[in-house]
Design a protein around this ligand. Sequence first.
Ligand SMILES: Cc1cc2nc3c(=O)[nH]c(=O)nc-3n(C[C@H](O)[C@H](O)[C@H](O)COP(=O)(O)OP(=O)(O)OC[C@H]3O[C@@H](n4cnc5c(N)ncnc54)[C@H](O)[C@@H]3O)c2cc1C
Ligand SMILES: NC(=O)c1ccc[n+]([C@@H]2O[C@H](COP(=O)([O-])OP(=O)(O)OC[C@H]3O[C@@H](n4cnc5c(N)ncnc54)[C@H](O)[C@@H]3O)[C@@H](O)[C@H]2O)c1
Length: 470
Amino acid sequence: MHYDLIIIGSGSGNTLVTPFWDEKKVAIVEGGVFGGTCLNRGCIPTKMFVYPASLASAPAEAARLGVSLRLEGVDWPGIRDRIFGRIDPISAGGRRYRAEDLDNVTLYEEDARFVSAHELLLDSGERISADRIVIAAGSRAVLPDVPGIDLPGVHTSDSIMRIDRLPKRLVVVGGGVVAAEFAALFSGLGTEVIQVIRGRHLLRHFDPTVSERFTEAAAQRWELHREWELASIGAGSDTDVEVRFSRRDETLALGVDAVLLATGRVPNSDRVDAAAAGFDVLPDGRMAVDGYQRVLSGGEPVEGVFALGDVSNPYQLKHVANREARVVSHNLEHPARLRATDYRAVPEAVFARPQVASVGLREEEARELVGEDLAVAVQDYGSTAYGWAMEDTEGFAKVLARRSTGEILGAHVVGHEASILIQPIVQAMVTGTDAYTLARGPYWPHPALTEVIENALLSLGLDHPDDAPL
Ligand SMILES: Cc1cc2nc3c(=O)[nH]c(=O)nc-3n(C[C@H](O)[C@H](O)[C@H](O)COP(=O)(O)OP(=O)(O)OC[C@H]3O[C@@H](n4cnc5c(N)ncnc54)[C@H](O)[C@@H]3O)c2cc1C
Ligand SMILES: NC(=O)c1ccc[n+]([C@@H]2O[C@H](COP(=O)([O-])OP(=O)(O)OC[C@H]3O[C@@H](n4cnc5c(N)ncnc54)[C@H](O)[C@@H]3O)[C@@H](O)[C@H]2O)c1
């Protein structure tokens, strides 16, 4: 069967079926659950757990402010079923719409692998081809190579949100974003969380101030063991699993009823057999693309073949996959007017406790770029009126700028609603607003928590012209 367009992956790839294709033949190939990672097992369900978990942890926060709250209980099956009772029908509805309601779209529910640049072999043995192919095949969790990985009670983020009961004791392996969010949400819901990491700090790909202060804050909330290597997982005596870690001649053995392996994600370029078509694959498994999202072979763009999302970008973030999907959509529809993806100021937020949000360069990267011209300010939430109201002791906003021009190079926020507080900085970085103008141009409502951003910008101590806003 020959198509005008084949899309591999129904996550961000699903958005490519615009009215432009109404009179043309389109195939979507999806070997997993329709709708992809973000909807079914990523951003959306995790945040739907994070919110009730933050409510469940309110008593501890309130006690510091003289308010006694008592948590009566956490109904895990109820929370889980409410979340997936909302998500699963959206996935099913999307699937039905593509599979049944659109005459021009064929949905193949199996894996596809390339046999050549414009031809795919499906698991069923059928071959399909197209003039244009978009690879939106995402990424998958990587599992450490240790014994016991297949035991019941051992989970990745794909399975842990659907378990039958809230674990009493949970080991979280890994110190990245997935680990941070799940450690926070399970500890918020009342699970005894024990996080074990290989290094000294959590969230190591963030600015060092974030990494250090988040690590300190996390260690106040749940048990954290550092510098241990996962050795094996076995059946425990009076617990479901025993997780063993080692360092030199020491062993750490933890009996728990569940383990979450949050040890990174790899792009699915191998799952589509990108190499079989001669496509360039980077050492980390990402498909190589040019600025227009065109897949490369021998460094040259392959006619009509595009990739987007986790399979090709280093960010592994949904808002980036969505942006790239819009670019691919445009470039498919307007091949003579190609547009490039804009990666200026990509924010990232971690919905843990505390929250983390980041945009632009880390301090060492900014210093490398501008040297002595770097201005750095760190403003604690506790230095603002709203921070006093919260009796906050851990939140802060850090801003990095070029002293000579005021250009904002990066910002890093840890604390309550960091994911929202970062947005004015993202806006300024994209529109080219300098730090002083961002601080003094707009009004900032007093005494909102946004004052921590306003004050961080002012704390940079940048020079400004006489006629700058007052
Ligand atoms: C636990 C978790 C929480 C997250 N939270 C956030 C968040 O809060 N914010 C954020 O921005 N990002 C978050 N992310 C990341 C985000 O989910 C991904 O960046 C995004 O979903 C990637 O979209 P995509 O379209 O590239 O891939 P996907 O949505 O993964 O879609 C790829 C699809 O391709 C299918 N597929 C793969 N290979 C084949 C093949 N050979 N044949 C047929 N089909 C195939 C897969 O089954 C899959 O359904 C989270 C991720 C995880 C795991
Ligand atoms: N809020 C969000 O935006 C959000 C939430 C979840 C996931 N994501 C995306 O998903 C991606 C993957 O997240 P992740 O946390 O799985 O990956 P990650 O790369 O952020 O962290 C992986 C962690 O596992 C550790 N690790 C790797 N191998 C190990 C091993 N064998 N033993 C012990 N530890 C090991 C690493 O040192 C690291 O700490 C992120 O990069 C992020 O972009 C985003």
